[in-house]
Design a binder for this molecule. Structure first.
Ligand code: RNT
Ligand code: ZN
Length: 417
């Protein structure tokens, strides 16, 4: 049977439950994932030599890390050729590209330092998202940036945030679509603090100053990402969940939830509905935490599916700005990226193929026996046939067909780096 024939048969099977597979496919075709540039080079970027700091870490030394903008761009192209649909690219400020002999520190960054990324995005029809980089830099003092007691340190990082707002505006203008700018700071303490309020008050004041430069809220969607702890900052995190939620609410910016940033029994799939009730838009970092915020590659696992179901069943595809956030250096990075991108798309398609209205009705009528039965039976519906057809229809490789190309690329390109 051809992919199309299998699809036709799946369409009938889903159709019997009132699910329109064509509609699911067309919704997925319009769903953009913000692909993080930092999986390609272990979050290194191009503006410094030193190690990755900020309580985050990559592990592994798989050969082939991208070392230059050209290498990273070539790798991104490879990944995108394996991923159906058109997406966005998520850049960090440390990925500024300088001309020969030129350098600008983080607080002096200008749109021109990202011109080549804009050209890259335009040529490929991609959108761009952005992140100020509050780590891997000598001005991170004592694990602190925007909450540091010394105003000189804070001011440096405030200027960085402001510079990034201008760069985000430039992205939005050039690409004629909004740019999401996500602020995450690593600030925190390894041991029990004597003052929990002070750093948070300083962080709030710094954020006020960053946002205070003024910007067009339709063009730049500023987000604030929370975290529970990091390596070396285990006891206290300035930008906790409560801090970011309240700050975002009060100042009309977006909260961003990274599903690696909560205690291990908390799940973002359960939090999302509460956030959507009170916020117009919500940012999401999709990752796979293993024991801690470990940033493993996103799998087609239960929690990823559950997050996708919440997005779809609450009719919030346009209100959830979804980006990936993981960095695995222990396996082929192109494969890591591709698996993560395709898996989140699979999760969204899986969610789009649920009879959500019917399942809600069963819940409201207290028909939990039937709800369980139906949910479980759905798990063996011919989802793969719809996914394969989606890939084929969008000119992307079907099933594992892409992997031989990864192997060839590794042999011809990555292994020579
Ligand atoms: C860190 C946050 C943050 C970073 C990226 C690189 O814990 O998740 O989003 O991973 O900005
Ligand atoms: Zn994140």
């Amino acid at each position: 049977m051809t992919t199309k024939e299998r699809y036709e048969s799946a369409k009938e099977i889903y159709g019997a439950l009132g699910i329109d597979t064509d509609e699911a496919i067309s919704k997925l075709e319009n769903f953009k994932i913000s692909m993080h540039c930092w999986q390609g080079d272990d979050v290194q970027g191009f503006d410094h030599e030193g190690p990755l700091t900020g309580g985050i870490q990559t592990t592994g030394d798989y050969p082939g890390r991208a070392r230059t903008p050209e290498e990273l761009m070539a790798d991104i192209d490879k990944v995108l050729s394996f991923v159906p649909g058109k997406h966005k690219l998520n850049l960090h400020a440390n990925y500024a590209i300088f001309e020969e002999g030129e350098f600008a520190d983080r607080d002096q960054l200008k749109p021109e330092h990202f011109k080549r990324w804009v050209e890259f995005a335009k040529e490929r029809g991609l959108g761009l998202d952005f992140n100020p980089t509050y780590f891997s830099h000598p001005m991170v003092k004592d694990n602190l940036t925007l909450s540091h007691p010394d105003s000189e340190v804070r001011d440096f990082w405030i200027r960085h945030g402001q510079a990034c707002i201008r760069i985000s505006e430039y992205f939005a203008d050039e690409l004629s679509q909004p740019c999401m700018m996500n602020i995450w700071i690593p600030d925190g303490y390894k041991d029990i603090p004597a003052d929990r309020m002070g750093p948070r008050a300083r962080f709030a004041d710094s954020l006020d100053q960053i946002l205070g430069i003024g910007y067009d809220k339709k063009k730049v969607l500023v987000c604030l990402e929370s975290k529970v702890f990091g390596i070396g900052v285990e006891s206290y995190t300035v930008g906790s969940a409560e801090f970011t939620m309240n700050y975002a609410m009060k100042h009309g910016i977006l909260p961003l939830m990274d599903n690696g940033h909560y205690h291990p029994t908390e799940v973002v799939s359960d939090k999302l509905s509460s956030m959507l009730l009170f916020h117009d838009k919500v940012g999401l970092h999709i990752t796979r935490p293993v024991r801690w915020d470990s940033d493993h590659v996103v799998l087609f696992d239960d929690e990823t599916k559950e997050i996708a179901k919440e997005i779809v069943r609450n009719d919030a595809i346009d209100r959830c700005m979804c980006g990936l956030d993981f960095f695995d250096a222990s396996i082929n990075r192109i494969s890591a990226w591709t698996v993560g991108m395709r898996n989140f798309q699979k999760a969204m398609l899986y969610a789009l193929l649920q009879p959500s209205r019917k399942l809600k009705e069963l819940q409201d009528q207290n028909r939990f026996t039937e709800l369980m039965m139906q949910s479980e039976e759905l798990k063996t519906y011919p989802f793969g046939d719809v996914w394969d057809y989606f890939c084929e229809k969008n000119g992307a490789p079907v099933r594992e067909a892409w992997y031989a190309e990864v192997e060839a690329y590794e042999k011809e390109v990555l292994s020579k780096r």
